[in-house]
Structures are given as structure tokens and as C-alpha cells.
Design a protein around this ligand. Sequence first.
Ligand code: ADP
Length: 326
Amino acid sequence: MDKIAILCSGGDVSGMNPALKRFVEYAYAKNMQPFFVYNGYEGLIDDKIHEAHYEDVAGIMTRGGTKIRSARSERFKESKYRALAAENLRQKGITKLVVLGGDGSFRGMERFHDETGIAFCGIPSTIDNDINGTDYCLGVDTALNVIKNAIDSIRDTASSFRRAFIIEIMGRNCGYLALVSAITSGAEMCLIPEIPIDIHEYKECFESQIRKGRDYFIAIVSEGLKNADDVAQWFEKDLGFESRVSVLGHIQRGGNPSVFDRLMAYQFVTHAIDALVTGNNNSIICYSKSHFNFKSITEVALHAYHLDEALLTLGREQFAPSHCQM
Ligand code: ADP
């Protein structure tokens, strides 16, 4: 019986547990013995590699995070530890590996594959949605829904207290989460690294809106800009509007996986296992232009991601100070 393992590396996302469930069920369906590697690459090095059974994945569909835990591993960057990791897999007869992670994890996997020949398929998993070559990364939809609920709740209190709320959204240097959240929550302002805006240009328009009775503002800012406090000060000093900063933080990574993430997890894992079974030994399963396709690690991990130009155009139009409705 062929043996196949799965691990989660880097930041966890909601959708990893549905992926684990599909992994176990589909491996058995393909007549393979599934294994879990606990704690990411750390677990590979420390031999935390165990057979996975149906009972291990019972009831996990509804849970965020990952049952087999994720980790970052400094040791995996050293070849002697990668050799140890490969030896642990070989001793158990495991020849195939599915990795849920981001571009950093894939860079590690590329070196691992080159040195050891162990077959591998990567599944892009990060709420930041900042991996080149794929339009979608596992966990993004759940994160967007968590953010939507948070902003909707903040809007309730903002309007009751006549306040400006500056809401900081995750995404490292990628503004995807912030932009989509700003558009879909009806925010007044959206500041992301990809769209430079001088907030002072909003002054005249916002003052006019306040005179006409506007009693709250929602401003979405991307964590990459590190300027939430400055924006809050601007509302206080330039507009005389009481303001609060709300950093959503890690709640964005958790929560009950959305229907879309459950379905994407199912499809990503199915394609990953199919690829490994048919001898595609070294690729990332991507989702672009509504289709699944395989890309090389080099294309995915070594090239910078650029936010979709069509979405950016919408963002520029929606949030340009010159388009602000007085
Ligand atoms: P993500 O996969 O979410 O981008 P990281 O960038 O933190 O997360 O990478 C996760 C892990 O991948 C690192 O802790 C390390 O073990 C491994 N890794 C990243 N880059 C390399 C590399 N160049 N060589 C070997 N391992 C790497």
C-alpha cells in the first residue's frame, strides 16, 4: 500500500481541518495509507508522524485552525535537519507529501524535494491571499466573513456614539483582505499599500458630509501601512470627530470554515492527491480564472504576488478622495 502524508506549515487558516478530513477519506479511496505530520516541518524533523484514521477526522469539519497543528521551523532551513526529516519519512515508507502552507513553506519544500526526491504537492493556504499564481488561497473566504461580521458590529456602535472607527485588517503587505472588506462593508475610507492616498484630500468632502448629518465613519486600513493611529488622530484633529482604533488581529484567522472554504479544501486536496498518484512530483495546485491548475514551485514561491488589477481599479474609483460624494 502506498503511503502519503500531510502537514500544515506557517500561519494556520480556517479550512485546514476540512482539508485533513478529505485527505484521509480520499487517500483510503485511492488505496493509500494516510499519515499526519504534527507541528509542520518541526514534526517532520522530530518524527511526529502518525497513521491517520477515519476517527481522527470525525467531527472536525466545523472547526477552524488545524487538528495536526502548524508551526514555523528555523531548523528546516538547515540541510542536516531536512536530511533527518527525509529519513523519518523513508523509515515509514512514505514517499508522497501534501503541504498546506504559504510561499515560505513552498520554498522550503522545493529545497527538500531537490535534495531528497520526496514527491510533494503544495496547497496555497493563507488568509493574506498573497501567493503568486493563484487567485485564491484556502482560508480567505472564512477570514472575509469573520471581518464582515466584525465590521457590521462595529458599525452598530459607531453610529450610536458618533464616532469614526479605524479598523486595521491583516494581510501583511497585501491589501486584498482590506480592499474586499472595505468594498463589501460600505466603508468610507480604504487605505492599502497598493493604492496610495493622501487622507488630507478627504477633508473637504468629509466636512460637508458631517454638516449634512453624517454621524459615523468606517475607515479600513491595511496592517502593512502601520498608520491606524495616525488616521485616528487625523479624524480627531482635522475633523473634530471622536475616533477609535480597532485592530481585529487573530480573530481573522479562526472561526467555523465557510462553505466556500470547505469546498475549496475538498477540491484542493483531491487535485493534490490525484497529482501525486499520477507522478506529478513537484508542484503547487493553484486556482486561477475559475480553474484548478498545477504550477511549479518556482513560479509560485519566487515571484511576487500582485493584487488583481481589475479589483484595484474598482478600489481606486470607490475610494479616491476626488470621487467622495459631498
Ligand atoms: P508561510 O508558508 O506561511 O509563507 P513562513 O514564511 O513562515 O510561512 O515559512 C514557513 C516555514 O517554511 C519556515 O518556518 C521554514 O521552516 C520553512 N522555510 C521557509 N523558507 C525556507 C527556505 N528558504 N528554506 C527552507 N525552509 C524554508
